[in-house]
Design a protein around this ligand. Structure first.
Ligand SMILES: Cc1ncc(COP(=O)(O)O)c(C=O)c1O
Length: 380
């Protein structure tokens, strides 16, 4: 049988622009390839920080390292605890381990799957040294209610370039904001990351930590503190800088597609968009997360639904395993995040760069799969 969708999906990253080619070539031929030699990285860091309403930015090798640097710059030390949500990419927790601290995993809210501030409060103790809300799927987390924990707030904004909460950009909601430029992200150079902050003291520590312990204005072989080479290259910055100008239009596009998708799914019983946190004024739609109710699909499990949708030309994603299951985390069971493993599926960002007809295909394929599943209900 012909699948519902035979057409492909948009490529990500999108095709290179002339400006990216020109900037890349300028770096290549100029010979100043490292961040300490050229000006691309510095200029991109300033432009990106400005775009999210922060005073300072430090570019890094990736988003995991951005989180590690932010934790260290804000005083997290070996033996400390950092509260992280259970439903997130593994790097939110492994960055804590990299900093020598212990990731304490808190459950997420049932409607949005974002960090539950009440769960975070229950886990907070004398060793808590930071909390890391994740702007999951590109919707900003509630950073304000985490302030009452009395520890620094490190935003994991890896999926949230351009997101806004009550009009305020993600990245400027906590003490430091960390973004990823890995290949699947809204802005990408294949790899890369940035930490932004408003605090001059934190900036100077970040800068030193990522630049082998040097001091701004100090000598090449002067290393007053421990640090590492965690710098971005000029090539990455050259590829990234032009993306700032097109980000907003891409977010607009994905917002419109997310609305079309929600419309297409209205007719599909048992497949509903996961809720968007209150106060979200700009969602980046890195992911459109959907809740799959197997009871409405003849009892078939999520894995069977994903296979059947893929056969119809709709490659959805199974999403995360709860971090509460990982051996290097603490904090106890997280029933909401654990249940999400069986019930949540994702439509990824590149698919939301397609047109409204593609969103209608997703709805149509779900109906086709549902009818087939109902005809032969699941039995063990
Ligand atoms: C929520 C989240 N945190 C952290 C990261 C880590 O970023 P990177 O892959 O650039 O190290 C990612 C993405 O990969 C992510 O999605």
């Amino acid at each position: 049988m012909t699948p519902v969708r035979t057409k492909g999906w948009p490529q990500w990253p999108p095709p290179a622009t002339d400006e990216q080619r020109e900037r890349l070539l300028r770096v290549l031929e100029g010979g100043a390839w490292g961040a300490t030699a050229g000006g691309e990285t510095e200029s991109f860091a300033t432009a990106f920080a400005e775009s999210v309403g922060a005073s300072y930015g430090v570019c890094t090798v990736n988003g995991t390292v951005a989180l590690f640097l932010a934790l260290r710059a804000l005083g997290v030390r070996p033996g400390d605890e950092v509260i992280v949500p259970a439903y997130t990419f593994v790097a939110s927790a492994t960055a804590v381990v990299l900093a020598g601290a212990r990731p304490v995993v808190a459950d997420v809210l049932p409607d949005t799957l974002h960090l539950d501030p009440a769960a975070a409060r229950r886990l907070a103790g004398p060793r808590s040294r930071a909390v890391m809300p994740v702007h999951l799927a590109g919707a900003p987390a509630d950073t304000a209610s985490l302030r009452s924990l009395g520890v620094p707030v490190v935003e994991d904004a890896a999926q949230a370039h351009g997101a806004r909460l009550h009009g305020r950009p993600a990245g400027s909601l906590g003490d430091a904001g960390c973004f990823s430029f890995q290949s699947g992200k809204a802005m990408t150079a294949g790899e890369g990351g940035i930490v932004v902050t408003d605090d001059r003291h934190v900036y100077e520590r970040l800068w030193s930590l990522h630049n082998v312990g040097r001091r701004i204005g100090g000598g090449w072989y002067e290393h007053p503190q421990l640090g590492w080479n965690l710098r971005m290259t000029e090539f990455q910055a050259a590829v990234l800088h032009p993306q700032l100008a097109v980000l907003e239009a891409q977010l607009e596009h994905r917002s419109a597609r997310a609305a079309a998708l929600a419309g297409a799914l209205r007719e599909v019983e048992g497949l509903e968009p996961v809720g968007v946190p209150e106060g979200t004024t700009r969602h980046t739609w890195h992911l459109a997360m959907l809740r799959y109710d197997r009871a409405a699909f003849g009892g078939h499990p999520k894995a069977a639904f994903l296979d059947a949708m893929a056969a119809e030309g709709i490659p959805l994603d199974a999403g995360y395993r709860s971090l509460s299951r990982e051996p290097y985390t603490e904090g106890g069971p997280c029933p909401v995040a654990e249940a999400a493993e069986d019930t949540v599926v994702w439509v990824r960002q590149p698919m939301l760069m397609a047109d409204d007809a593609a969103m209608a295909d997703i709805g149509h394929a779900a109906l086709v799969v549902q009818q087939a599943f109902r005809k032969r209900p699941f039995s063990r």
